[in-house]
Ligand binder design. Structure first.
Ligand code: ATP
Length: 356
């Protein structure tokens, strides 16, 4: 296992990048701790695969350095990096048995036969595939084949890191949960450095101890699921994580309060005035928005969706839309509704970045 450092890393696919927009990855520094379980989360096209390929050595970055445990590997090919990779679609040999598929990465590295046997059986047991070990991979379901791919990625104990690129895409929804918890269990057991690429927040938050969020080629936050929820570092993180995502309302700030439309909203403390001309917004998650009749700022309720234990209320404050999550049984006034934001859960954003 290794600590992976990315040092002033950036990548442009075009030969002479002129502006920031020409970079698929904009410059950043990032360290992945040895033995950490990370998710790399972001929407399609934000640069996740580019970053993963730079770590595995499939792609040489146009700028910056990659270090494993302090040793530079930037120019090294994948086979010299000792990394295991699991892709979206199964990469297995149909004509081989499940056993031989799992044994393949170990035989390749001349691991002694007894050790191979032990590891293959251990892996098969964890993947609940012991009964299939003697079967040919051909004819197995897509789910089973992808389990074998996962097993092949995980079977070596001496890898620097294991990279997963949306590995559960082909897996049946009801099995996804099971495989994700198996992966988490395997991480606890072997403490590999794992990087799990996904655009699905549930997958990221259930698998990872730390989530790296990317947006338009930038790493916008590295944090625990709790940090991403309570202190999104960028409006995109607030919006992308959570269901519904964080409310973002344009405002002006004046010390310990913000003006939204014609109304004053209390903030958690006093803020330095943001630079003139910047875009200022208030961010508050729907979980911390309360509607009632008694006090707060007048709003119009537009729509209520019942989702079981909660109701999602869509409302407007001076024409600015926002959502509230109201618990079962709480009154939602149709007329004369007022809103209160929990001041301790209100964050301030300047040009999309969290204002400290
Ligand atoms: N070989 C390439 N040549 C030129 N541009 C590329 C190449 N591969 C990716 N890109 C561009 O780089 C950007 C990042 O793409 P990348 O595939 O890394 O994103 P992603 O987050 O993995 O997306 P997805 O989830 O859809 O796979 C995109 O704008 C994409 O069009």
């Amino acid at each position: 296992m290794a600590r992976i450092e990315l040092n002033r890393l950036a990548h442009a696919y075009m030969p002479n990048p002129q502006s920031r927009a020409d970079f698929a990855l904009k410059e950043f520094d990032l360290t992945w701790d040895d033995g950490g379980a990370y998710a790399l989360l972001g929407p399609s096209g934000c640069g996740k695969t580019t970053l993963l390929n730079i770590i595995s050595g499939l792609l040489a970055p146009s700028h910056g350095r990659v270090l494993f445990d302090g040793h530079e590997v930037t120019g090294l090919p994948p086979e010299a990096r000792n990394i295991a990779q699991v892709f979206q679609f199964p990469v297995i040999y149909d004509s081989m048995t499940v056993y031989d598929n799992l044994a393949f990465p170990l035989r390749n590295r001349k691991v002694p036969a007894a050790e191979i046997d032990r590891r293959v059986h251990e892996m098969a047991e964890m993947l609940e595939m012991t009964r299939e070990l003697k079967r040919k991979a051909k004819g197995l379901t897509a789910d089973a084949k992808q389990k074998i791919s996962l097993g092949r990625g995980l079977v070596r104990d001496s890898v620097n890191a294991i990279l997963f690129d949306e590995p559960l895409t082909v897996i049946d929804p009801h099995l996804k949960w099971q495989l994700r918890s198996q992966l988490k269990h395997l991480h606890k057991r072997f403490a590999h450095t794992m990087i799990y690429v996904t655009h699905d927040q549930t997958e990221a938050l259930t698998f990872a101890d730390k989530v790296v969020v990317m947006y338009e080629g930038e790493v916008v936050q590295v944090g625990t699921p709790d940090e991403l929820f309570h202190r999104p570092a960028h409006t995109f993180v607030g919006y992308f994580i959570g269901s519904p995502g964080m409310n973002v309302l344009p405002c002006a700030v004046n010390g310990a309060s913000a003006r939204v439309g014609e109304h004053e909203i209390a903030l958690r403390g006093g803020y330095e005035p943001p630079p003139a001309g910047s875009k200022i917004e208030l961010g508050v998650r729907p979980e911390f928005v309360r509607l009632g009749r008694e006090d707060g700022v007048p709003v119009s309720v537009e729509r209520v969706d019942d989702i079981g234990r909660y109701r999602i209320v869509k409302a407007k404050l001076d024409g600015i839309p926002f959502s509230a999550l109201m618990p079962e049984g709480a009154e939602i006034p149709a007329d004369d509704a007022r809103v209160r934001f929990d001041a301790s859960a209100v964050n301030l954003y300047v040009d999309d970045h969290l204002w400290p």
